[in-house]
Design a protein around this ligand. Structure first.
Ligand code: AHR
Length: 511
């Protein structure tokens, strides 16, 4: 019989606290993320709480979302917030220029978003409009949301029914300024940031955490210029990284793919570690104290839209493969949590790698995706203390023909993909949470975990797996990929032995 894989969890080498904001979400006015996803309106046949879709709200509440980004994305630099306040019948409609030209009625605006965040118990993260907006418009938005004084915008807010200011911490000054946010150079954008930022006044006790629009993937120069020219004026800078085969042509189906495409996706997803390291090295030079956060405020898989859905709405299915991308990415964010202070998967409902899909015909069906289950299984990691894990795993070579072709969208030449990946942390009550994935299509693995500085006595957990990595949940079969109790672990003399089947994600708690 093959020897067990040996691993060590270093409870004696506690690292940084894992920022809960790494479990952040993103909600854009795009397709049916807002309208039909989060929001159906008070008069809908679909059960709702003051217009918020009830089943979606409850599923998100269970996910303990720490932070929710809104209104975009590309939409943010086309959005004029004043059109989304006041009596709904008087709000002008808008054409969503970025996403299919859909007409929206502006019934979901600042009040609806900030009230939702309060109900979910999460921090709002607002993206302001630099591309087509004005300094005055942005400054007034901040005043409207956060001023408790006798100021013109606070008076307007009160007239619209909200007495107390909201607490708004995270504020993005533009989005993808190198592209849909204005097609700027990093030098020009840095000056724009400085100008807009000057007039975003902290109101009363509210302190804005100011986020610069950062790089896409491998654009290290963007980060360098912003660090040089904006520096400590920003508290965070974003990074966008999608597991995507490229921006031109087909991206591949979310549910019909072969083994090459499967391993390619995992290799591309894992490449985020190299990308983070390189941006981090640039930031470390200017900011050795880690004061400025690297915020991966858009990440996840980007596949072709499902056949028959509205073009430009980015509605895609979500398979067990997506669950691996979620788990592997979260493991990387844990590791770099001292610099990666937030991450927002794109997007929360019905768009790209979503947590939830609602049906597009309005019959009121909802389904939780495999990615939702990973986020749910991983909740104990929020605010736990990072622990390094040594694990020498067998690898699978991702430099297949498919990978070689798709390398053009990457800055690496080959990518050996470890079959096993693990992440561990110590929770507030002294337990250890341990996540382990086996991405192999056919090889079960048995792992012996030793613990340095911890005496493991009890183990319990859940497993997410399915017959095929292309399996997914739909409205008629909502539980094809769903977590189950995990029973394949035992502890003997402090050593935890786990059987980790092929194609599985396991999260256990050790006491
Ligand atoms: O998440 C979809 C889009 O991807 C966002 O609007 C944009 O910022 C990015 O290009």
């Amino acid at each position: 019989a093959a020897e067990n894989v040996k691993a060590t969890v270093h409870a004696d080498q506690a690292g940084a606290k894992i920022n809960k904001e790494i479990y952040g979400q993103f909600s854009e006015h795009l397709g049916s993320c807002i309208y039909g996803g989060l929001w159906v309106g008070e008069n809908s046949q679909i059960p709702n709480i003051n217009g918020y879709r009830k089943d979606v709200f409850e599923a998100l509440k269970a996910l303990q979302i720490p932070v929710l980004r809104w209104p975009g994305g590309c939409f943010a630099d086309d959005y004029h917030w004043m059109d989304g306040i006041g009596p709904k019948s008087e709000r002008p409609s808008l054409r969503n220029n970025n996403w299919g030209g859909t007409i929206e009625d502006n019934s979901f605006g600042t009040h609806e978003f900030l009230n939702l965040c309060e109900m979910l118990g999460c921090e709002p993260y607002i993206s302001g409009n630099v591309g087509s907006g004005t300094v005055k418009e942005m400054a007034q938005w901040v005043e409207y949301m956060t001023s408790d004084g006798d100021t013109p915008m606070a008076r307007l807010r009160r007239a619209n029914g909200r007495e107390k200011a909201w607490k708004v911490k995270y504020f993005g000054i533009g989005n993808e300024a190198w592209g849909c946010g204005g097609n700027m150079s990093p030098e020009y954008y840095s000056d724009e940031f400085r100008k807009f930022n000057t007039y975003l006044r902290d109101q009363g006790g509210n302190r804005l955490y100011r986020i610069a629009s950062g790089a896409s993937d491998y654009d290290y120069n963007w980060t360098k210029v912003c660090m040089d020219k904006i520096g400590a004026r920003m508290q965070g800078i974003s990074l966008h990284y999608y597991t995507c085969t490229g921006w031109n042509g087909p991206k591949g189906s979310a549910i019909n793919f072969d083994n090459d495409q499967y391993y390619w996706a995992l290799g591309k997803c894992l490449e985020i570690e190299e990308v983070i390291k390189k941006h981090k090295a640039i930031m470390d030079e200017k900011d050795p104290q880690n004061n400025i956060g690297l915020l991966v405020d858009e990440w996840g898989t980007w596949w072709d839209e499902e056949p028959g859905t509205i073009p430009g709405h980015l509605y895609q299915q979500n398979a067990l493969r997506d669950a691996f991308v979620a788990a592997l990415s979260l493991n990387v964010f844990h590791k770099y949590t001292d610099r990666v202070k937030m991450a927002n998967i794109a997007q929360v409902v019905n768009v790209l790698q979503s947590m939830i899909l609602t049906d597009q015909e309005g019959t009121g069906h909802m389904v939780l995706t495999p990615t939702y289950h990973v986020f749910q299984m991983y909740t104990p990691f929020q605010e736990a203390t990072y622990l390094p894990v040594d694990l020498q795993s067998e690898t699978v070579q991702c430099s297949t023909e498919y990978w070689k072709e798709k390398q053009k969208t990457s800055d690496n030449t080959t990518r050996p993909c470890p079959l096993l990946s693990a992440s561990a942390a110590k929770t507030k009550d002294g337990s250890i949470v341990l996540a382990i994935t086996n991405v192999s299509l056919d090889k079960d693995q048995t792992v012996d975990f030793n613990f340095a500085g911890f005496n493991a006595k009890q183990v319990s957990g859940r497993i997410l797996t399915s017959k095929n990595v292309a399996d997914y949940n739909d409205f008629n079969h909502p539980n094809v990929v769903a977590p189950k109790e995990y029973k394949d672990a035992k502890i003997k003399k402090g050593v935890l032995t786990m059987k980790v089947p092929a194609k599985s994600i396991v999260v256990v708690t050790l006491k």
